[in-house]
Design a protein around this ligand. Structure first.
Ligand code: SF4
Length: 187
C-alpha cells in the first residue's frame, strides 16, 4: 500500500484522508508490534464485553414477536444475559427478525441492517423469517431472510418458545467468542 503523502494531499476528500490515515496507523502499529500487544491484552476484554452486552433491535413483525416479548418479561428475563432491546438501529448490534417479510418490507429491513454499526449479527427467528413459513412460495412474501441479508443464527419453530430464543442467543454468543471481534484492527 502506498502511504506517501501525495502533493495534492491538501485536496483530499475526508474519505480519502480517513483511508490514508487508517493505512498509516495500521502499518505503524504492525511495524512497531503495538498491534499484537493491544490485540493480546485488550482483545479478549473487548470480545467479552461485546458478547455480554447484546443490543438487539426492538423490531417485531408478527406472531413470533410475542415470544420475543415473553422472553424479555420477568419469567425468562433475557436482560440477565446482557440482552437489552434498543429502538434505534444505530445503537444495535443484532438484527432479530421474527415474522414473515413481505416484499414491500424488504428494502426497509435492508436499510435498517445497513444503518447498524459493525460488528453486527443477524438472527432469523421462526419459520417465516427462515424460509417464508406458511407463506412458502407466496407471491408477496420473501422466501427467507438470508436471500438478502447474511444470517448468523437460525431459531426454528412456529413459533419458537422463549427458551429456544435464549438458546439461539447463547449460540450467537459462542459465535461472537470465536470471531475476530475485539482485535485492534483487521489485517
Ligand atoms: S413462524 Fe409461525 S408464529 Fe412465527 S411469525 Fe411465522 S406464522 Fe407466526
Amino acid at each position: 500500500m502506498d502511504l506517501s503523502l501525495q502533493p495534492h494531499a491538501i485536496a483530499m476528500s475526508a474519505q480519502e484522508f480517513m483511508t490514508w490515515s487508517k493505512g498509516v496507523v495500521r502499518e505503524l502499529t504492525k511495524a512497531t508490534g503495538v498491534k499484537k500487544a493491544v490485540d493480546t491484552v485488550a482483545g479478549p476484554f473487548f470480545n467479552y464485553g461485546v458478547r455480554n452486552s447484546i443490543y438487539p433491535l426492538h423490531f417485531g413483525i408478527a406472531c413470533c414477536a410475542l415470544e420475543m416479548a415473553a422472553c424479555s418479561g420477568p419469567r425468562f428475563d433475557n436482560e440477565r444475559l446482557g440482552m437489552v432491546f434498543r429502538s434505534s438501529p444505530r445503537q444495535c448490534d443484532v438484527l432479530l427478525v421474527n415474522g414473515w417479510i413481505s416484499k414491500k418490507l424488504r428494502p426497509s429491513l435492508r436499510r435498517l441492517y445497513e444503518e447498524m454499526p459493525d460488528p453486527k449479527w443477524v438472527v432469523a427467528m421462526g419459520e417465516c423469517a427462515i424460509s417464508g413459513g406458511p407463506w412458502y412460495d407466496s407471491y408477496n412474501v420473501v422466501q427467507g431472510l438470508d436471500t438478502f441479508i447474511p444470517v448468523d443464527v437460525y431459531i426454528p419453530g412456529c413459533p419458537p418458545r422463549p427458551e429456544a430464543m435464549i438458546d439461539g442467543f447463547m449460540k450467537l454468543q459462542l459465535k461472537m467468542k470465536n470471531s475476530r471481534v475485539g482485535l485492534f484492527m483487521e489485517d
